[in-house]
Ligand binder design. Structure first.
Ligand SMILES: Cc1ncc(COP(=O)(O)O)c(C=O)c1O
Length: 481
């Protein structure tokens, strides 16, 4: 909850207390340089023992609540017919309003089933923006993914409250150009991950539904960050200020034909979910479920997590739970802005994003500025962030690099995990890095997988800039941290 102090400053105050902790270490800069080199300048390949603050992702890294942990103890561990599943299905009906629930092992498993059931070669899948695994699944199924975002989406210093909106004019143009029959669905992603966690408005969702329904195009909703999108609607759309998070979620879901989500985010467990009121969709997905995921009452998830997901779905509708990560992110972004750093605005869900093109204007996109910035942040702080730029795009069919629309270093803020002093530490070291940004050079691939190369690709620092950066760091802070 944001609280105003007597000095006029607003800080996010945790509406929970910490009862279980995990020890972390801050490896000295010299070890960070070794670790980064061993990891091929790819933060995914670092071991957590070398990481101080793990801001790689908010996926599966959130603190669970006491009630979630308690629920795990009463999990009904049956292969088929588990009572835990029926409790989940009841919760989904209550909170989301869907009669059919399909658990899956995580978000991309839902994308795989969506692609299998709905997408065929030659199709055009429309969305407000892609997510890496989403795009890969639909393209492997033979479709083209088209992102029909508004002009504001790519403005990283915007004040627009809803940069995740879908552009309705472009939607109509796509229907005219390709025909509704080639569009298996339109996908709306809550707090668009690759655009910097930016939400869409309830009005925009209503209009998308209206146009889609007029052409019999199903509306698919990626709700991995559903409660955060609801929080932004409440905070940023004055006409929704009087609605509760639960009411906004129900209203959004009333417009949706099929919901899927990674339960690793808003609901703070490890799993995934698909839900719908269409018996036809349910039957078509169910047909493949046992082959790829598991029986319908666990879908590849641990039953303990199924039980905890029910609790997580209810808890995410609590304002203090839905707001915890966005408020910390806003604080993080505002502190960076105060220090003159190019943090992405307005602050979004999931992470504090830094615009690497503006941070490192001397680097061409071909030298992967976002990847270089993520590596440099680690060297300067031990904080692990993630590249969200051209490394996260795979090459085209001709083998050419595809420059990303945005080059972002993403510092995820897992829910209820880090404290304000840890955020302040990250702000301080990022600020130091910004003051020494000319020392950061580009990256070059030395090992490059064909699909989703950002996961396992290895790179090297051009002209060995990593060592020079660490030397400058040690000159100022010494060799101990
Ligand atoms: C918006 C969105 N959709 C889908 C996924 C994929 O989910 P998972 O990582 O559980 O497979 C993610 C993961 O980060 C995501 O952010």
């Amino acid at each position: 909850m944001n609280i105003q102090l007597r000095n006029g400053k607003t800080i996010p105050v945790e509406m929970h207390k910490v009862r279980i902790v995990q020890k972390i270490n801050l490896p000295p800069a010299k070890r960070r340089l070794e670790a980064m080199t061993e990891a091929g300048y790819n933060t995914f390949l670092l071991r957590t023992r070398d990481v101080f603050l793990d801001m790689l992702t908010d996926s599966g890294t959130n603190a669970m609540s006491d009630n979630q942990l308690a629920a795990m103890m009463i999990a009904d561990d049956a292969y088929a017919g588990s009572e835990s599943f029926f409790r989940l299905a009841d919760t989904v009906r209550d909170i989301l309003g869907f009669n059919y629930s399909i658990p899956v092992h995580q978000g991309r498993a839902a994308e795989h089933l969506l692609a299998k059931v709905f997408v065929k070669p030659g199709d055009v899948v429309l969305m407000n923006y892609h997510f890496t695994t989403t795009k890969a699944h639909f393209e492997i199924a033979g479709a083209t993914v088209l992102e029909i975002y508004t002009d504001e989406a790519m403005n990283t210093s915007s004040t627009h409250p809803f940069r995740g909106n879908l552009d309705l004019r472009k939607f109509q143009e796509c229907i005219d150009k390709y025909g509704a029959a080639r569009i298996p669905f339109v996908r709306m992603e809550a707090t668009t991950n690759l655009v910097g966690g930016q939400p869409f408005s309830l009005d925009n969702l209503r209009q998308v539904k209206q146009l889609a329904a007029a052409h019999n195009i199903p509306l698919v909703y990626d709700g991995s960050l559903i409660s955060e999108n609801a929080y932004f609607i409440k905070e940023r759309d004055p006409s929704c200020a009087g609605m509760s998070i639960a009411e906004i979620i129900r209203e959004m879901m009333s417009l949706v034909d099929l919901l899927y989500l990674s339960a690793r985010k808003s609901t703070c467990v490890r799993g995934g979910l698909m839900a719908t009121n269409s018996k036809d969709y349910y039957d078509r997905i169910l047909a493949w479920l046992p082959l790829y995921e598991g029986f319908s009452t666990y879908g590849g998830m641990s039953i303990k997590e199924v039980e905890a997901m029910s609790v997580g779905l209810r808890e995410m509708t609590d304002y203090h739970v839905a707001s915890v990560s966005p408020e910390f992110i806003a604080y993080f972004v505002n502190r960076l802005l105060e220090n003159g750093l190019p943090a992405v605005t307005p602050p979004g869900g999931l992470a504090c994003h830094v615009d690497a093109k503006r941070f490192l204007p001397h680097l061409p996109q071909s030298q992967y500025p976002a990847g270089a910035l993520a590596a440099a942040i680690y060297l300067a702080s031990g904080v692990r962030s993630m590249e969200r730029g051209s490394i996260s795009m795979d090459r085209d069919a001709q083998g050419n690099d595809v420059p990303a629309d945005l080059e972002l270093a993403r510092l995820a803020v897992p829910r209820r995990v880090y404290t304000l002093s840890q955020i302040e530490y990250a702000v301080d070291r990022l600020t130091w890095l910004y003051q020494h940004r000319e020392l950061v050079g580009g990256l070059e691939f030395i090992e490059e997988p064909k699909v989703l190369r950002f996961f396992f690709g290895r790179l090297k620092a051009l002209d060995g800039w990593g060592s020079k950066l660490v030397q400058a760091f040690e000159a100022e802070f010494g060799t101990a941290c």
